[in-house]
Design a protein around this ligand. Structure first.
Ligand SMILES: Nc1ncnc2c1ncn2[C@@H]1O[C@H](COP(=O)(O)OP(=O)(O)OP(=O)(O)O)[C@@H](O)[C@H]1O
Ligand SMILES: [Mg+2]
Length: 749
């Protein structure tokens, strides 16, 4: 027979104690200041207080935490909360402590002194703790399990709450292998109630959660998925002149309110954040490529309103508990309706009017289909077949595509995707399709007329590729590879994706394996061009590893932009931006010239990220060679001098086939080689620095310009030989750099 929560001085299994709803409400009011329970809170609390297992499905921001926090307050003993992320635990513990509630979490981020104090409290026989938060990895370690058993046998374990319980299901969108091991809890603690909480579980996942956790005759509570305070809207990238400007206008016209923008790729976060900052929107990038210090300072700034907009990958995920997020934008398509619901659900947790704006792009769709089709991960080993999973992933994705490509009520689409029935009157014009049906229909019509628009078709490049998407610089996949790492480390990284990418690195056993990966990349790209009846360049396909001039130009510009951004952030730079960009690009090129463009791209991306967070001192250290050259007239400059070790980490990621960097458009910068050539060995760096001083930053091409240029480039490259090695057509006349260098040469001659 199942017991009850422990009564002070009594054993956990000694009986049940019923609390009147009014009493529970008083506790809610006393500790949290809320006047009444929301949704299914009261029912969930009553269920676990009566000793029943409970599965509780409440929407994002619905107040699930209260379902275990109140039981912890009304009964003796400890409530163990299993939570997937340290950030989540930290937030909750800090806020509970603020309210005078004894709560702690255990993780290796704490000092050994703190941990020891917690363990001593647990061993004391009369623990003062009410809530103890732990990661799933820790909870199943033999040492911690032994400790729990001791608590249990002394009648001091009252409830085990499993937060974000959908992580246990391989069918869920955030599967974590460590959650699977929680299935032993029911056996280990047969008469302690288990409470499983989640916001996003389709019926199949709900069943999976209940059976995986071996919940016994659970009370099943399901609140509606409807988030009435969120207005849903889709914007079509292919119909916009400039998607970046559209986002910055959206944010500015909303009064620079607290917002999150989700991007698929890290580089896009950096670029978009840079653009927004330039437009006067207070923003910062957040992704797993940034070190944890930078990330936590971005998070702190955002939580305390010093930054209003975070441009993030899904690394900015569960546990982000800011109540007044007014806008959540998706710059790229999320991978499923569940992900979308979870991410957009971070808006309006205070129940105030908020917005979800999804930017739908046909290219994004193709890219995501490619990734999903080719993802082969641990999940495939756990499940019956990788094909099945890939099909499932594509089916999930098709729901979000349908959400965007349909003119019917967005709210209804979201809610119905979770198996909930929707009343026709539910929306009340609180989505764009219900509010402006004609406009949405005409936009969709227009979208169908976009050249190469392939509603419901899949691009050949995505079908044929063998590339492992785990090596793309994206962060959308599940936290699923962590089981192979030590118990606590995964959660400490705070970001499963980072771990995934680390594993991706560690899993590369040899050059042979790397080569195999490159070959796969090449094959995919070759297949694509052959499929289109083209050769990429005359005389056959070029070596895909080689770093083309166009790529170098584009990367140079990307670095220049990042330097411009750093200048905005730091007030000034220790040396000239153009010279520094050349310096950094050369550094990356020299390092990876022989290895290939994959590494080169990664190094450029890492350098851009470094620039987004470096301090003035770090900049100074890195560019000291340039500065020294600039100030020492007598020393001849060599553009080839490279600082010893660049601080930016090297990541092993690869670009998708045919991937180009967005700046390959008309406004390509000066050819790097030209730049280097113009630097005569006897010419002082100061000349370069001074002459480049009045250079203007090239403008970012609009999405449409970029696409059309991409088409033109492709056409050109199939008709001209070796176009990449030609100097690019763009001459930065206004910069003065080339002209002045040329003048300087003339003067010398
Ligand atoms: N009864 C209530 N009345 C008013 N506010 C509440 C109530 N219960 C919880 N809240 C507040 O709602 C916010 C969201 O709660 P909580 O973080 O528990 O949501 P959640 O359901 O766990 O969401 P998520 O799925 O995003 O984790 C918190 O700030 C919490 O204090
Ligand atoms: Mg929660």
């Amino acid at each position: 027979m199942k017991g009850v929560l422990p009564i002070k001085g009594a054993s956990a299994a000694s009986g049940r104690e019923k609390k009147a709803p009014k009493e529970l409400e008083n506790v809610l009011n006393q500790y949290f200041g809320y006047s009444g329970f929301r949704g299914k809170q009261l029912e969930a609390i009553e269920a676990v207080l009566s000793g029943r297992d409970c599965f509780c499905l409440m929407p994002t921001g619905g107040g699930k935490s209260m379902c275990y926090q109140i039981p912890a307050l009304v009964r003796a003993g400890i409530v163990l909360v299993i939570s997937p992320l340290i950030a989540l635990m930290e937030n909750q513990v800090a806020s509970l402590k603020n309210k005078g509630i004894p709560a702690e979490f255990l993780s290796s981020t704490q000092t050994s002194h703190t941990k020891q104090t917690i363990h001593e409290d647990l061993d004391s026989g009369k623990p003062s703790l009410k809530l103890l938060y732990v990661t799933p990895e820790l909870v199943v370690t033999p040492g911690f399990m032994a400790k729990l058993k001791k608590l249990y046998h002394r009648g001091l374990l009252g409830l085990v709450a499993i937060d974000e319980a959908h992580c246990i299901s391989t069918w869920g969108h955030d599967f974590r292998p460590s959650y699977r091991k929680l299935s032993s809890l029911r056996k280990q603690f047969p008469d302690i109630p288990l409470l499983a909480l989640t916001a996003t579980a389709v019926p199949k996942v709900q069943k999976d959660v209940i059976s995986s956790l071996c919940l016994q005759n659970p009370v099943i509570l399901r609140a509606s998925f409807n988030r009435p305070n969120i207005f849903y809207e889709v914007r079509y990238k292919d119909l916009l002149d400039d998607v970046y400007s559209d986002i910055s206008n959206l944010l500015k016209s909303s009064g620079n309110v607290c917002s999150i923008i989700y991007c698929l790729e890290r580089a896009a976060c950096d670029d978009l954040s840079m653009h927004l900052s330039r437009q006067g929107v207070s923003s910062a990038a957040y992704h797993a490529g940034l070190n944890s210090k930078v990330r936590s300072s971005v998070l702190d700034d955002w939580l305390s309103s010093r930054t209003q907009v975070v441009v993030a990958t899904v690394a900015f995920g569960m546990g982000i508990d800011r109540q007044d997020v007014r806008i959540v934008c998706h710059f790229n398509l999320p991978k499923s309706m569940e992900s979308f619901y979870q991410e957009s659900g971070r808006a309006g947790r205070d129940q105030q009017p908020s917005r979800s704006v999804l930017y739908y792009g046909l290219d994004d769709r193709r890219k995501m289909e490619f990734i999903l089709r080719n993802t082969k991960t641990k999940k495939s080993q756990l499940s019956s077949s990788s094909n099945e999973l890939s099909e499932k992933a594509l089916a999930d994705f098709s729901q979000i595509v349908d959400y965007c490509e349909s003119s019917s009520c967005r709210r209804k689409k979201i809610i119905e995707s979770f198996g909930e029935k929707v009343q026709p009157t539910l929306c009340q014009r609180s989505c764009d399709a219900c509010k402006h049906p004609n406009l949405v229909s005409s936009r969709l019509e227009e979208l169908r007329r976009v050249p190469n628009c392939r509603f419901n078709k899949i691009s050949p490049v995505f079908q044929s590729s063998l590339v492992n998407p785990a090596h793309l610089d994206t962060e959308f996949w599940n936290r699923e590879d962590e089981a192979s790492i030590s118990a606590e480390d995964i959660s400490n990284s705070d970001d499963g994706n980072e771990v995934v990418s680390n594993i991706a690195i560690s899993k590369i056993p040899s050059n042979a394996a790397l080569d195999a990966k490159f070959k796969a990349l090449e094959r995919a790209e070759n297949a694509y061009y052959q499929g289109k009846g083209q050769t990429k360049q005359q005389g056959g396909l070029v070596d895909k590893k080689s770093i083309s001039q166009a790529l170098r130009d584009a990367c140079w510009k990307r670095l220049l932009d990042a330097l411009g951004q750093a200048k905005l952030r730091l007030g000034n730079l220790p040396c000239d931006e153009a010279a520094s960009a050349t310096h950094l690009e050369t550094e990356c090129f020299k390092k990876y010239e022989k290895v290939g463009k994959t590494f080169y791209n990664s190094q450029i991306a890492a350098t851009v990220r470094w620039l987004s967070s470096a301090t003035s001192n770090q900049m100074h250290d890195r560019f000291h060679t340039l500065i020294d050259q600039a100030t020492d007239h007598s020393v001849s400059s060599s553009p080839d001098i490279v600082p010893e070790s660049p601080p930016a980490p090297t990541e092993v990621v690869s670009a998708s086939p045919g991937e180009t960097i967005s700046y390959e458009a008309n406004d390509k910068p000066q050819n790097i080689h030209d730049l280097e050539k113009t630097k005569h060995p006897n010419e002082s760096a100061k000349t370069i620095v001074a002459s480049a001083g009045n250079m203007e930053l090239p403008t970012i091409p609009s999405f449409r310009e970029f696409l059309s240029q991409k088409g033109k480039d492709r056409a050109k490259s199939s008709s001209h030989s070796n176009a990449g090695s030609q100097p690019s057509g763009f001459r930065r006349k206004s910069s003065g750099l080339v002209e002045k260098q040329e003048t300087s040469k003339k003067m010398k001659s």
